[in-house]
Design a protein around this ligand. Structure first.
Ligand code: ACO
Length: 384
């Protein structure tokens, strides 16, 4: 129905509710295209396979922010800006050092990003702020992980890629080329994905003419949930639960039992993809290769058995979160950090959508069908 026709309808009586806004197109975007039937994903003109084979995370950031790939000099400049912005303001670092060691890492990232707003120059542009958050989210994650494990916090490097520096800050030693490439590819694959729940949240906050830090803080809160980005941590916890069964562990029986109990299997299903998630092909290959290198073949074999069982039983395919879990596990990252790594990448997509929303804004304000009572008589408190 055309938008102008809706003006003449009393929406209080309008009977159709689109639960979950399934299939509703409320924005136009140049940031990404998804064909859920064929499993096609494009970021600003480039197929995800092309980017996975060629691009670095920093090139993807530039692409999403500018709708074109950077020239050498532009990429160099972006690297320099990211590198020189990695250190956290002292009060944010102090918060990370002193907060509860058992806090959820995603909650710490959310709170720390919110705090960053207090320390930026009031004249800084939205692009400056996008660069600040892209540069500092990895520092927040690594600093919290080291603080909670009572390890000395590692000062970020003033050179190297986002992926290299993150692994360096997390582990306290420089990563090898293969680990850097794995992390970089994960960042490329998670950077942007249309009108998912966190991006929608980001654009909704932007639409009120609020600031970018508020929009990203809200987006992190949305990503944290297990039906969205939190699924990668949940996948690993599921596999570790299966591992607890020792020699009796059987991924097929385990999966079927869960389905019988009407439980969701984390890392499977997608609102848009009705086929294999194109990002999952790359992650599946990485998961297989890393499992062989690190002696985690059993985890990879269990994952493949779960993929087959879900296909046979429910005709549901894995999404981006399924194989990313075992990739991160194989490079030694704690399961509760997986969603934080997602945020570290998706900051590029969120901020790109913020620019786009701001450039052509209209307040996001849908309606709700009221199903409660009307005009009840007032009853004084003592008579209720
Ligand atoms: N395990 C078991 N059954 C599933 C799963 C799953 N992972 N996903 C969907 N289904 C079933 C549902 O039970 C439902 O079956 P029914 O029709 O018999 O009731 C049917 O498939 C449709 O599922 P919905 O939940 O209605 O699909 P929706 O589009 O609303 O949800 C979602 C998509 C939330 C991603 C869902 O597939 C899910 O919960 N998956 C597990 C969590 C997950 O992996 N989330 C990450 C998604 S990717 C991302 O956000 C980065």
């Amino acid at each position: 129905m055309a938008e102008h026709n809706l003006q003449h309808i009393d929406l209080n009586d309008y009977p159709h509710i689109n639960k979950g806004l399934d299939g509703i197109v409320a924005f136009s975007t140049t940031k990404s295209f998804i064909n859920g039937q064929t499993g096609e994903l494009i970021y600003s003109g480039y197929h995800i396979d092309t980017l996975a084979d060629n691009a670095t995370f920093e090139e993807v950031c530039f692409l999403l922010w500018n709708d074109r790939l950077p020239k050498n000099s532009e990429l160099e400049e972006l690297h320099k800006k990211l590198q020189s912005n990695r250190e956290l303001p002292e009060p944010v670092l102090n918060y990370i050092k002193t907060t509860d060691k058992n806090a959820e890492p995603m909650a710490v990232v959310r709170s720390a990003v919110s705090m960053l707003a207090d320390f930026v120059d009031s004249n800084s542009s939205d692009l400056d702020n996008a660069i600040t958050m892209t540069a500092q989210i990895p520092t927040i994650i690594a600093a919290f992980d080291r603080a909670r494990n009572e390890k000395e916090i590692v000062t970020p490097l003033k050179d190297g890629s986002t992926a290299f520096n993150f692994l360096y800050m997390l582990n306290g030693e420089e990563p090898g080329q293969a680990a850097e490439r794995t992390m970089d590819l994960c960042l490329v694959l998670h950077a942007e994905h249309g009108m998912n729940a966190s991006t929608f949240t980001c654009r909704s906050i932007c639409s009120t003419e609020s600031d970018m830090f508020s929009a990203v803080t809200g987006a992190i809160g949305a990503l944290k949930g297990p039906l969205h980005g939190g699924a990668n941590t949940a996948v690993m916890n599921t596999l570790l639960k299966l591992k607890e069964q020792g020699e009796h562990a059987d991924p097929v029986v385990f999966t079927k039992d869960k389905l019988d109990r009407k439980e969701k299997i984390m890392g499977f299903g997608h609102r848009v993809y009705k086929t294999f998630d194109p990002r999952a092909y790359h992650l599946r290959k990485m998961s297989k290769d890393l499992a062989e290198e690190t002696g985690h073949q059993y985890l990879y074999e269990w994952s493949e058995a779960m993929v087959k069982t879900m296909k046979d039983e429910k005709n549901i395919d894995p999404n981006v979160d399924f194989f990313s879990a075992t990739v991160y596990y194989s490079i030694g990252i704690q399961p509760d950090l997986y969603t934080c790594i997602f945020a570290m990448s998706r900051i590029s997509g969120w901020t790109a959508h913020f620019f786009e929303q701001k450039a052509n804004n209209r307040l996001i304000r849908p309606r709700a069908l009221y199903t409660g009572e009307k005009n009840l008589p007032w009853v004084p408190a003592e008579e209720r």
